[in-house]
Ligand binder design. Structure first.
Ligand code: GRF
Length: 205
């Protein structure tokens, strides 16, 4: 079990494939002093991810690593491991990362990889449950609440220990798009909150 209390700043590696609004929220919360952490790397499998641009603007080291840049699986794995090792990463933060994390990384960083999911897991998780699919499924199931979940990443998709959840009402006139907006607002709050609680030793990994 790991308790980070009184440690130096947590070193974070953020993995993101697209817009990176969750990354931005973490960058902002470090800048405004809410979070005592440092993002030491942003890694994306998508060279066009706006997340990379956000990182560059914040002067964070960025890395594009994909099956295009590293067609050989071992090279791909080693490229990521080298970054994590050389930057002495404490926590891996998945923020809209669309590629599965190799099992070797899950094992090496066990309990130190976090993900955020735009629903109240274990509901609306698992295969195919990403992006707008999640919100469509929630609306179709006539759920009265949805929300966001921060959880540990293990070998199974959306399965690891739940660290934190916050819910939001699903109103009758909500569409998948309006629900996605509401959930995203919560995501931006709770991801930083969980990282803060970990850094203060109030969530033990
Ligand atoms: C979020 O909804 C998150 O829950 C999911 O992917 C989305 C990423 O959004 N895992 P962004 O790239 O952080 O804006």
């Amino acid at each position: 079990m790991r308790k980070y209390k009184n440690m130096n700043k947590l070193k974070l590696a953020v993995f993101a494939s697209h817009s990176g609004s969750n990354l931005q929220a973490i960058i902002d919360n470090i800048k405004n002093g809410y979070l005592n952490a440092e993002i030491v790397a942003v890694i994306s499998n998508n060279s066009n991810a706006y997340a990379l641009e956000r990182a560059r603007l914040a002067k964070i080291d960025t890395f594009h690593i994909s099956s295009k840049t590293h067609p050989n699986e071992t090279d791909y794995l080693n490229a990521i491991l080298n970054i994590l090792d050389s930057k002495k990463v404490d926590l891996i933060i998945l923020a809209g990362y669309m590629k599965p994390i190799p099992v070797e990384i899950i094992n090496k960083y066990y309990n130190r990889i976090l993900n955020i999911h735009p629903a109240l897991l274990p509901k609306f998780g698992g295969s195919g449950m990403y992006g707008m699919n999640v919100h469509k499924a929630v609306i179709e199931s006539k759920e009265k609440t949805s929300g966001a979940t921060v959880h540990i990443v293990d070998e199974k998709y959306d399965n690891g220990k739940i660290l934190y959840q916050e819910s939001v009402n699903v109103d009758e006139n909500d569409t998948p798009e309006t629900l996605a907006d509401k959930v995203l607002q919560i995501e931006h709050k709770i991801y930083s909150k969980v990282i803060k609680l970990i850094s203060e030793g109030k969530i033990t990994l």
